[in-house]
Structure formats: C-alpha cells, structure tokens
Design a protein around this ligand. Sequence first.
Ligand SMILES: *Cc1c(COP(=O)(O)O)cnc(C)c1O
Length: 383
Amino acid sequence: MDERIYLDHNATTPVAPDVLEAMRPYFSENFGNASSIHSLGRAGRNAVDTAREQVAELLHAQSPSEIVFTSGGTESDNHAIRGVADYYADRKGRHIISARTEHHAVFHTCQWLEQQGFEVTYLPVNRYGRVEVDALRDAIREDTILMTLMHANNETGTIHPIEELGAIAEEYGVLFHTDAVQSVGKVPVDLRAMPVDLLTLSGHKFYGPKGIGALYVRRGTRMHHLILGGSHERNRRAGTENVPGIVGLGMAASLALKHMDQEAERLRKLIQRLEQGLCNQLRGVHINTDPEHRLPNTLNVSFEKVEGESLILGLDLEGICVSSGSACTSGSLEPSHVLAELGLNPRLAQGTLRLSLGKQNDETQIDHAIETITRLVKRLRRL
Ligand SMILES: *Cc1c(COP(=O)(O)O)cnc(C)c1O
C-alpha cells in the first residue's frame, strides 16, 4: 500500500480504474485504425464516435462534431491561438488579448506571435490573479482578432469571469478561446451559458490518460489548422487517431459528469479544512487563491520567512507530494510568472506551496498534511 499523500492533482491525476478498463481492449484485440473500412477499423471508429459524444455531453456542446481530439492541452492551446491568428492576420488584423498569468502553453504562444509581428495586450489582474472585466472593453480594438483567457488558473485555482468576458467579446465580434484544462471535470463547464468559440481540455488533469486532449471549436468558427496530413478529425487535425487515449478521455468525461457535484462538495470541505488548519497553526500565512471565485480543490499559500524548495523537499521526505511557487520546469528558484504577476514580493513568493486535492484525499490525510507542513515551516523558520 502506497502511504504517500498526493496533493498535486493540478499537475496530473492517476488514471481512474474504469478509464483504464475501457482503454485496454483498444491496445490489443480492437487495435484497428479508425480510418480503415473493415470491421476492425469500424470498431475503432465507433469507439471514437462514442468518446466524442461523451466529451460533448460533459461540455453541453451543441454537437459532437465540435470536438476535435488532440494530443493534449498544449496542442489544443497552440491550435486555437495560432490557427485563429494565421487565418485572420491578413483578413482582419493582428491584435490579440490575453493575460500574463496564462499557462505557458498560451503565454509562450502569444510571445511567439509577438515576434511574428502580432500585438498582444495583456490584461491586468488583481492580487488573486483575476482579470478585471472593465479592462477588457478598453483593450478591444478594430483589429482585435482573438481573446485568450483561461477559465481557472492552474497555480492559484482562481476562476475568471468567463461568462462576462465572453459576453463582451461577443458584443465586439472578437473570437474567444479559453484554456479550461483546470476546470473541466472539476466544476461545471456549460457551453450553453459560456459564450466561447474555442475551449481547451486535457485528459490527464481529470483522471484520464496523458497525451490526449480536445479542442472544442464552435460550429462556424473560421481558423487554420496546425497539423496537416490526412483527413482525420474532419480535416482539422491530421494523424491516426489515438484510439485508446480517446476512449479513455471519453470515459473520464463520462465519470466526471456523473460524480462532479458530489466530489466538488467533498473537496470544497477538505480544502477549507486545510486552509483553516494552516492559518490557525501558523503566523505569517498568505492565501493567494481568490476566496470566492475558486476551484474546489486548489489552495495556493505563501509562508513568510520560509524557502519553498526546502519545504517541498522536506515534505517529500515525509511522503507528501506538493508543488512550489517556482517555475515548475527547471527546478529554478525564480518565482513563477503567475506569482510575480500577482504582485507578491519575491521573498514571499519563494515560500509558496500549491496544494491541489483529488479523489484519493480524505480528512485523515489532510490533518496529517496540516500537522506536517506546520512542523516543517516552524523548523525552517528556526534555522
Ligand atoms: C496542464 C495544463 C496545460 C497543458 O496540458 P497538457 O495536456 O499537459 O499539455 C495547459 N493549460 C493548463 C491550465 C494546464 O493546467
């Protein structure tokens, strides 16, 4: 039995047993290429069609044909942003609206487009990383072709006012892409109420497999496509379909739809317990997650006079897996681009943990985590 306490679900989640079971036959007896005409191919095609319906249902999309399977969140973000930019550059303009708190898959794509002659306006955010709706109206111009703003932030768990932002984009005729990787499967993402044209999701953030994701493309949205080749995915994403991955994503979507409300309520209580526990036990604790507009599973918290890397390594030795507030890629000590944008002073940003809960966690684990974090923070402060 694994005794580890995993509090890093925003980085990735384990594949749910039912998801693995659903995928298994598509590695072996049902190995057909979904584009083949024979019976093995048709079995693969049917499985892909079912998964497309499951994903469409989770999002309340108008039609399954609006779902394009991709290799994950990063590809979907690139596809959406570069696809729209490329299509509209010579038709309408080269101005894009985003924020500096976006995931690197969006942020680095925007920066690359700036190097290609596009202009990007980055909206300001408040101390929890939430964009101000009024700032959007001021940013929109004649030549604005796209707004790309995430639904929930992966580091802070703060949720953006997508409905209001989308309504403004719609009013001005600007296409709206949202990276919903962190919200899909955790909170309702209902396209009937969300005026977005393009939406990114990723399987491994909600108990599906890694290396599979989807891009929702509202019917009628004009754009170019990123990966050229065969006529897969209605000419929108070439390459032989990752049938097992797609089947797994479909099953993960279907499980999320069934269990979301109950699980969100359970996680909300656990995260509250964690936050209150830490605030009661320790002084100098700063919460960076929006108190109202937040994911049910995420707490981003800074401890004064603590070096975050030491805290994380200490927690790992005690079997507790968490993330830091540093740039996640390099093991560097630079505060993450998101925390820097919140206006957190760099010393405080260094002492930041991102705690993200999921299905495996229960009250006993949370109490143990509170006790361990408290003990380690006090020890590090004495040094
Ligand atoms: C994880 C994540 C991504 C990247 O998704 P992958 O499937 O890992 O490429 C993009 N955006 C956000 C907000 C994420 O949390």
